[in-house]
Design a protein around this ligand. Sequence first.
Ligand SMILES: [Zn+2]
Length: 97
Amino acid sequence: MFALKSLAERWPELTKEFDLERNAPLTPDKLRARSFKNVWWTSPLCGHSWRDSPHGRTLRTPRDCPFCDAGGGFVAREIAAEANLRNTALRGGPIVP
Ligand SMILES: [Zn+2]
């Protein structure tokens, strides 16, 4: 049987941004490398948290932190707004870039 590679196997560098706490009990070794499932990411560089799929993060032009990349073009403002709405609901306050 063909075994699909996990995110941890295929993109080990991405697992550093995988938010284990928020995605629990899901872990990068249980997730398919190109999964369309939206999971939480936290960038060690900027500290932002956002949701995206492993698929989106491994496109030819990979999607990165939507808050930092908002001026870079890839991210629709709707996505950032939606993420903010979710975070507002979850945490009781909007994310400040
Ligand atoms: Zn950021």
